[in-house]
Design a protein around this ligand. Structure first.
Ligand SMILES: [Zn+2]
Length: 95
């Protein structure tokens, strides 16, 4: 799968602040934006990488704007953790 990794992303830093996390990865299309973690350490964590690759697949499945829209709706309704897109990514990363 094709993807691009962006380190020290401002968007990821904002997400880290909202989620109260230190190390955060956030996906936009095929771009994985990182904050608080180097590209090297991120790639070493195969479960984490797998999780983010599931989000890339979700973008492919729904389309860029539609996925962002559906993801936000899910997050508002169910919160971050119970969001079905996060649940799928967690499930697939365990495999
Ligand atoms: Zn996720």
């Amino acid at each position: 799968m094709k993807y691009v990794i962006i380190e020290k992303s401002i968007l990821a830093r904002i997400a880290a602040f909202i989620l109260r996390g230190k190390s955060v990865a956030i996906v936009f299309g095929k771009r994985i934006s990182l904050s608080g973690v180097s590209k090297e350490d991120f790639l070493k964590d195969s479960r984490w990488l797998k999780h983010e690759l599931v989000h890339i697949k979700q973008y492919e499945r729904y389309g860029f704007f539609r996925f962002i829209f559906l993801y936000l709706i899910e997050s508002i309704r169910k919160g971050y953790y119970n969001n079905k897109f996060e649940a799928e990514a967690r499930r697939e990363a365990e495999k």
